[in-house]
Design a protein around this ligand. Structure first.
Ligand code: HEM
Length: 223
């Protein structure tokens, strides 16, 4: 990010966030005497760290358009590393789920293929988006296919977060309405930002068309 904010950028940012996620998970495991419950807390904590990182990547480009300043431009520049940090956080979510399944033998039998479907679909998209963030994978795709995959994947992941929080409001706590509302606000910011970007592009095109159509007239002799 911008040097003014003294936040590391690129891979340093990725490793810093990754280390913080691992430290958070280790602390939860160390502080909780009940290992099974501790692992369940790690599942919840990594879902939340993933959500925060996902939100930053989700609104980065729109924020840079709607509120252009050093911070939002920096966020936009680091979007790739924030996205990869999100994938890492969700990888830890997956490791904790596997560990929880081992520690609590009732976990997997208590779930059906249907209840696992949204999460599995989410992991398929997270893996695809993370892989195609690297040149070795993205060079096999056209720019249009890359854009379609990333746009679809981001919306699928947003929908899974929305569903995961929304279903917990009646069954677990009304407080899950808070992250659900934050997600709705982020969706609004993203849509308005994309609309503003499309509008800017349209205006730029109209201006350049106006210039090219008025140019020959200027060369015509004035009678
Ligand atoms: C098959 C894949 C997945 C499984 C089996 C799974 C399992 C779990 C479990 C066991 C919890 C903790 C439940 C509790 O104690 O309340 C949880 C929480 C959560 N998961 Fe996953 N998950 C999966 C994939 C995903 C994906 C792909 C996302 C998002 C894109 C996601 C988002 C969440 C959220 C938002 C929470 C709630 C965290 C909180 O309590 O604040 N999960 N998941």
């Amino acid at each position: 990010m911008n040097a003014n904010y003294r936040i590391p950028g690129g891979w340093s940012l990725f490793w810093l966030i990754g280390a913080l996620i691992l430290a958070m998970s280790a602390l939860i495991l160390a502080l909780n005497p009940d290992t099974t419950e501790a692992v369940r807390s790690v599942i919840r904590a990594t879902a939340r760290s993933s959500f925060a990182l996902f939100l930053l990547a989700f609104v980065a480009s729109s924020l840079a358009t709607l509120v252009p300043n050093d911070l939002t431009r920096g966020l936009m520049r680091e979007r790739r590393y924030i996205g990869l940090s999100f994938a890492f956080s969700h990888f830890v979510h997956l490791l904790a789920i596997i560990a929880y399944g081992v520690l609590n033998p009732q976990f997997w039998p208590g779930r059906s293929a249907l209840t696992n479907a949204p999460g599995t679909l989410g992991y398929v998209f997270i893996a695809l988006l993370a892989l195609t963030s690297f040149r070795f994978a993205s060079r096999h795709m056209t720019a249009a296919a890359w854009k379609r995959l990333h746009t679809a994947g981001i919306w699928v992941i947003a929908a899974i977060f929305g569903y995961s929080f929304f279903k917990r409001i009646p069954s677990m706590s009304v407080l899950y309405a808070i992250p659900f509302s934050i997600l709705c606000a982020a969706v609004a910011v993203r849509l308005v930002g994309k609309w503003a970007q499309a509008n800017k592009r349209r205006q730029a095109r109209t201006r350049s068309l106006d210039r090219s159509s008025s140019f020959p007239n200027q060369l015509e002799p004035v009678s």
